[in-house]
Ligand binder design. Structure first.
Ligand code: OKP
Ligand code: ZN
Length: 345
């Protein structure tokens, strides 16, 4: 499959995150994408650099003030104290119910809370460069479909589906899949689907298109009653205004196996068929894998061929956009299994 590889993914390299109050190595690591690239190359899939600039569409979908914050966050962090170079900023306060989120504070950590949904999304010196280059890869993938090609993979990192119009979270900063879908629409398509098969609900993507009828968003994920992102992704979230009916969630309990997961996928494929879209954007998370360290489904490596095969049955131009997957060793194999299952579909 044709693959766009972000040039700067190695620049996002935070040293630690918090897990139950303890500092632990980041699950969302540089090595994840290193392994994907290795598997792609070993199995004969060529990677190329992004050939489109995502700046315009970034400013359409994301709040330009939030984007400016991301671009300058590391400078602002160092301005507090040059010794911060060796540290990582985390938010510690958030504007929850009753507090105002319409006045941007001067204090950097307060700003970070305003623009974050969790304390699990570490920033590093090169975070903006990496996120921007991942967005460039996703937009390049969309353009590749617009040129008449049938399938494409965007090797973006960090992931994107938790990021909303003006917030980061869940390791995400810019919503790569949403940027790809918006690009397809701006270049003349009338209807596109985003199908999110990451283990975690794509709350950012859902929120970006919740009141729109030109993007059908469907997500298969761990039930948010027990799984991140906890506060969105329930089965009764159907869209609002003219977007009503164009948002579909399939939450599944911890322990869900491949047969049960496939039944939800079959329903999603029927939803997509009825919508009659011109293209398909897949938020491709591989954290549904049995050995994923932070997730609780039991899908096996070989099952991912069948996932690709099923997606191919829609016969739609398809852009795969990389999201999560934290079983680093197997991640490359699992990604390429989906892509090859699709190609052989
Ligand atoms: C991102 B993606 C615990 C870290 C857990 C939430 C998981 C983010 C998943 N402090 N962070 O959807 O794969
Ligand atoms: Zn995930």
């Amino acid at each position: 499959m044709h693959c766009f590889l972000s040039d700067s993914y190695r620049d996002h390299n935070p040293k630690y995150e918090y897990f139950r109050g303890e500092k632990v190595p980041c699950f969302e690591s540089v090595e994840r994408l290193d392994n994907i690239v290795k598997a792609l190359q070993a199995r004969g899939h060529k990677t190329v650099s992004p050939d489109h600039d995502a700046t315009g569409v970034i400013h359409t979908l994301h709040d330009p003030v939030y984007v400016q914050f991301l671009e300058t966050a590391w400078q602002q962090w160092l301005a507090l104290d040059p010794a911060n170079e060796a540290l990582q900023p985390f938010p510690s306060v958030w504007p929850t119910r009753t507090l105002r989120d319409d006045v941007v504070p001067d204090n950097f950590i307060a700003k970070l809370g305003l623009y974050s949904m969790d304390n699990g999304t570490p920033l590093a010196q090169g975070t903006w460069r990496a996120a921007k280059s991942g967005a460039d890869a996703a937009v390049s993938a969309a353009q590749y479909l617009l040129n008449g090609n049938g399938s494409v993979f965007s090797a973006s990192r960090p992931p994107g589906h938790h990021a909303g119009r003006d917030f980061m979270g869940g390791y995400c900063f810019l919503n790569n899949a949403a940027l790809a879908a918006q690009t397809l629409l701006e270049q003349g398509m009338k209807k596109v689907v985003i199908l999110d098969i990451d283990y975690h609900h794509g709350n950012g993507t859902q929120s970006l298109f919740y009141d729109r009828d030109d993007v059908l968003f469907i997500s298969l994920h761990g039930d948010p009653k027990t799984e991140f992102p906890f506060y969105l992704g329930h089965g009764d979230e159907a869209g609002e205004g003219k977007g009503e009916g164009y948002n579909i969630n399939y939450p599944m309990p911890a322990g869900t196996n491949f047969d049960q997961w496939l039944q939800c996928l079959e329903q999603a494929l029927e939803n997509i068929h009825s919508f009659q879209p011109e293209a398909l954007v897949i938020s491709l998370g591989l954290d549904t894998f049995a050995e994923d360290p932070i997730s609780k489904f039991t899908i096996q490596s070989d099952d991912f061929f069948k996932v690709g095969h099923k997606l191919a049955s829609l016969r739609l131009p398809t852009a795969f956009i990389m999201e999560g997957g934290y079983a680093t060793e197997a991640l490359g194999t699992n990604v390429v299994n989906v892509l090859e299952g699709f190609e052989q579909g």
